[in-house]
Design a protein around this ligand. Structure first.
Ligand code: PEP
Length: 249
């Protein structure tokens, strides 16, 4: 499966910083043969769309409303994202689950809406440190995946991307070993395939959590790790490109 590397800029960026960062990315794209995307803050979608013109780097957002249109102050719809050329929307990132109270049900509604609206949702799942230490990783991640599978039609399953992001690894510099991550990815693959064998085998399952050039190769060679969701390292063009090169082998 062709690998997918996605940058999650979170609440970082400025007009000047984006110009420099995407200028750097643009100038280093030769030799990269994986799929590449950046998920940028809403206000910069128009700017980044134009900075990425005529490149193969795809634009994405970091969230999307579960509603189609209407009286939802502060929310952003699939149609608005499509207006700016977005193809992806991150859904259910742990920072939104934690700071914005997004439950598994809200996340499932957003995934459904993103698909209905023509976007590819990048569904984030992952356990806390406490849950990991209690040996509950598979249960927690399994529940997060099942909450979404419950609302999807069989044919929709292949339209999602999943990102396994252990919360204790996000922004901390700590990571599971590639083998530990692979165990969770394989469990996610099983759930997807048991729901629909053909569709489930085509879903890309990304690893996220302190992935950087020095550790990416180990993750990317695992059989069920189909790419990465990159936070901190996506803010440096050289690091983002270095990870993309490793995913291109
Ligand atoms: C993320 O927030 O999606 C992420 C993976 O962040 P970092 O790479 O900084 O750990």
């Amino acid at each position: 499966m062709r690998k997918l590397i996605v940058g999650n800029w979170k609440m970082n960026g400025s007009l000047a910083m984006n110009t420099e960062l995407l200028g750097g990315v643009r100038s280093g794209l030769s030799g990269i043969s994986c799929d590449l995307a950046v998920c940028v803050p809403f206000p910069y979608l128009a700017q980044c769309q134009s900075l990425l013109e005529e490149t193969a780097v795809v634009l994405g957002a970091q969230d999307v409303s579960s509603h189609a249109v209407g009286a939802y102050t502060g929310q952003v719809s699939t149609r608005m994202l499509l207006d700016f050329g977005c193809r992806y929307a991150i859904v259910g990132h742990s920072e939104r689950r934690e700071f914005c109270g997004e439950t598994d049900e809200v996340v499932a509604d957003k995934v459904q809406r993103a698909l209905a609206g023509g976007l590819t949702p990048i569904l984030c799942v992952g356990e806390t440190l406490e849950e990991k230490e209690d040996g509950r990783t598979q249960e927690i991640v399994g529940n997060q995946i099942n909450a979404v599978l419950k609302v999807l039609e069989d044919r929709e399953v292949s339209g999602i991307v999943v990102a396994y992001e252990p919360i204790w690894a996000i922004g901390t510099g700590k990571t599971p070993t590639p083998e530990m991550a692979e165990e969770v990815h394989a469990m996610i693959r099983n759930l997807l395939v048991s729901r629909n064998a053909e569709a489930g085998s085509r879903v890309r399952i990304l690893y996220g959590g302190s992935m950087k050039p020095s550790n990416a190769a180990g993750f990317l060679e695992m059989p069920d790790i189909d790419g990465g969701l990159i936070g901190g390292a996506a803010l440096k063009a050289q690091d983002f490109l270095a990870i993309a090169k490793l995913a291109s082998i």
